[in-house]
Design a protein around this ligand. Sequence first.
Ligand code: NDP
Length: 488
Amino acid sequence: MSYPTQQFHPQIYIGGKWCDAQSDQRASIINPATEELLGEVAMAGKADVHAAVSAAVAAKAAWADTSGQVRAGYLRAIAQAVLAQRDQLAQLQTANNGKPLAEAAIDVEDVIATFNYYADLAAELDAEQDQQVSLPSSDYRANLRREPCGVVGLIVPWNFPMVTAAWKVAPALAAGCTVVLKPSEITPLPELALAAIIDQVRLPAGVFNLVTGSGAEVGAALVAHPGLSKVSFTGSTAIGSAVMKSAADDLKGVSLELGGKSAALVFADADIEAALDIVCGGIFFNCGQMCSATSRLLVDKSIAENFIARLKQRIETIVVGDPLASATQMGPITSAQQYQRVQQYIQQGLASGARLLTGGGRPADLLKGYFLAPTVFTEVPLDSAIWREEIFGPVLCVNTFDTEDEAVRIANDSDFGLVATLLTGDEQRAARVSAALQVGLVWVNSGQVIFPQTSWGGMKKSSIGRELGPWGMHAFQEIKHVISAVRK
Ligand code: NDP
C-alpha cells in the first residue's frame, strides 16, 4: 500500500477563508515511518494569531445568538462529512502521526461520535435554557442560564491530533463559543483536513479559525491574547503550567489536559489471558504515546514470575513496521525529537539498575523511520526517572506487590493521576480499589474504551477540569442566574 497523496491545505484558515501567513516561513511535515517529506505548511506568527482572534471576536455575538438546534445542525454536518471522508482522513493521520491504519480509523470514529454527541447536547440546550431553580422562598423565582464563555483558544498535541481537536472544537461550538485552534507543528495535517471540512459545511465565517505554527510563537501569542476568554490546552505538564501562568496575567479561564504515569494493577484472581491483552494495549497502542498509557505495571507477587514470562513472549510477537500494512500492530514514534527522548529514557533505565526484559532499541529489520521495539523493564527502582516520569513511548515498567494496600499505595505514589486499569476477578476488590485510586478514570477488566458520554481528565498534575460528557461543554459555558421578586 502506498502513502496517501491527497492534498491538504498548506495555508491558515481565518474568517472563513484560507490565507497565507504574514511571514514567508514554512514548516516541513515529515512521515515518521519513512522520514520523508509529506509537505509544507505555513509557520504563522503573532500577527496571524491577532487576525484569527479578531475574526473570532467579530463572529462571537452572532454565533452566541444562534439556537442550540442551529449549532447542532452544523455539528451533525461536520460529523457526516468526516464520515464521508473517513478512509482518507485515517490515511492522512497515519501518514503524519505514524499510528497503524486500524488505530487511525478508531480515531476517526471517535471524532464522528464526538461531533454527533455534542450535536445532541447543543440541541437540548434550547429546552434547558432559563430553567427554574427550586428555592426555599416563594417570594422569589430563580432561573438558570448557561451562556457561551466567548472566544476560546484551543491548543492540541500530536499524539491524537484529530481526536484532541474534536474534543475541544465540538463542545466549544455546541456551547456557542467561537474558536481559534492551534495544532501541533508536528502533526497539523489532520486538523487542516478538519478545517477543510468545516469550510465545506459553511460554518459562519470567523466561528472556527485555525493557525499553524510553533508553540513558542503561535501558542504563546494565542494564550496571551487579550481577546480570548479562555484557553483549553492539551499537552505536557511543563507547557500546561506555562500556559496557566500566562493566562493568569489577565485572568483567563484555563482547562488543562496534561501528562500521566498511570498504573495497571494485576491481581492473582484476574483472568490472566485477558489481562495480558489489556496490559499490552495499555502501553503499546499508539506506540505508547498516550497520556493515558498504563506505563507502570504492578503484578501480584504470587503470579508475577509466570505473568511476566508470558508477557515477554506475547510482546515479542508484536509486529512493528509500516503503519499502512494490515499486519502491523505498532508503528513508529511520531517525531525524531520524541524518538530521541524515549531512547534517552531507556539509557536512564539501564543506568538506574532496572532489568531490561525485552526491546530497548530499533528492530533490526527496520532501518528507516523512528521505530523502536516494544520495551519492558522489570525490578524498576521506585525513585527512578523511568518509574516516575512520563516517557511517552513504548516502554513498560514493571514491579510487584504483596498486598492490595501496597498495590494502591504504589499506584497512588505519583505526581500524576489520570487513569488506572484494574484487573481482578473479585468485584468487591474492584469497588474498593477503584475508590482508593487517585485518578479520574478507572477501567476494570477492560481495555481503554472511551465514550463521549463519560468524562476525560484526572487528578493531581494530570488535569484541570474535565473533557467529554456534559462537563466538556460546561467548560465553555458561563453560568448566570436571574433572581426575580415575585409579585403577590
Ligand atoms: P507539548 O506540551 O509540547 O505541546 C502541546 C501543544 O502546545 C502543541 O500544540 C505545542 O505546539 C503547544 N505549545 C508548545 N509550547 C507552547 C507555549 N509556550 N504556549 C502555548 N502552546 C505551546 O506536548 P506534546 O505535543 O509533546 O504532547 C505530548 C503531551 O501531551 C504529553 O505530556 C501527553 O501526556 C499530553 N497529552 C495529554 C492528554 C490528556 O488528555 N490528558 C491527551 C494527549 C496528550 P508545538 O507542537 O508546535 O510546539
